[in-house]
Design a protein. Structure first.
Length: 318
């Protein structure tokens, strides 16, 4: 059974919002709906501005066809084997170049609320189901909309569809257990996705962290813990991606901050600038500054003032 809108609300210029209700799509005698359906180009052509929201959660698995799915104005490519997860407050729209066939799993959070409370995930996957979660305020949610799944998940969804059609006295409980199994499998997929993404972007993540915290003592173990890697793996990956050590990057950030302060500040002493820039020892600050610039901090300040030079460039760490 495909979704049919029973309510329409304005969604801004040239856009129309359809609201799908739980009463229309989730049976009263079951907590979950599992159906097969088909969407066509006629319903959702390229450039489609018809967006929708729901009173329920939606998981959909594409097993035929391809197209674009916009969720909160972020475009996701769909093809067979892809699954998407939508929060009730997500605004979504299809743009199809060919028909798609899909399984749709619709459910209210309340049917598994008790079980969700006992589940754990290192990257807070299950926070998506908390009552106060706001999709548009979460960068995490953007990364969890669409999954490239595996055969085990496809087989599980087909079992859910079979159970839904079978429909005996135990079907409601069986569907809840199968839904929890599916969500746990998706949480595990999200873990692998986050770890892979963090490894690919490790240099940028580390550099951003150092830029935010350069004035404080930096623990490589703490950085590694925040990123979810061992200390040794973090140091190795960063060096592989940048050709530099994290320690050298941190020193350069502090040095550039000191150069900026020396060129801009008249009242601060060199000692104060040393500490404000994250250095903890004045003698080492002088030694590193001379080694990197060929002059003392005082000579640098005088040279910049006399030449009227522009502010020193800040190394972007790339």
């Amino acid at each position: 059974m495909m979704q049919k809108s029973i309510d329409k609300k304005p969604a801004g210029p040239d856009r129309e919002l359809k609201l799908f209700t739980a009463r229309q799509y989730i049976p009263q005698d079951l907590p979950i709906s599992v159906t097969r359906g088909r969407h066509t180009i006629r319903e959702y052509p390229p450039g489609n501005e018809l967006i929708s929201r729901r009173e329920f959660w939606k998981i959909a698995y594409i097993f035929e066809g391809s197209g674009i799915l916009r969720i909160n104005d972020i475009r996701h490519h769909l093809r067979p084997g892809y699954l998407y997860l939508c929060h009730p407050d997500d605004e979504m729209a299809y743009e199809l170049v060919e028909p798609i066939r899909l399984y749709q799993i619709l459910f209210k959070r309340e049917c598994i609320a008790g079980e969700l409370a006992g589940l754990y995930h290192a990257y807070n996957f299950f926070d998506l189901f908390s009552p106060g979660f706001v999709p548009k305020d979460s960068s995490l949610h953007e990364q969890l909309h669409v999954f490239n799944t595996n055969r085990n998940i496809y087989a599980l969804i087909r079992r859910m569809a079979h159970e839904y059609d079978y429909h005996d006295a135990n079907t409601g409980e069986m569907l809840k257990h199968q839904l929890l199994e599916l969500l746990i499998e998706l949480a595990r997929l999200s873990t692998r996705s986050f770890v892979r993404k963090r490894r690919e972007e490790i240099s940028g993540i580390v550099y951003d962290y150092l830029c935010r915290n350069y004035r404080q003592p930096i623990s490589m173990q703490k950085v590694a813990n925040e990123i979810g890697l061992s200390r040794g793996r973090l140091l190795t990956l960063y060096h592989q991606q940048t050709g530099r050590t994290i320690g050298k990057t941190l020193l350069d950030i502090r040095l550039n901050e000191a150069k900026r302060r020396l060129s801009e500040s008249d009242g601060d002493s060199i000692e104060r600038i040393c500490y404000l820039s994250g250095f903890t020892d004045l003698a080492n600050f002088y030694k590193y500054f001379r080694r990197e610039t060929g002059m003392t901090p005082g000579d640098y300040r005088g040279t910049v003032r006399r030449s009227g030079a522009d502010k020193p460039e800040i190394n972007d760490g790339a």
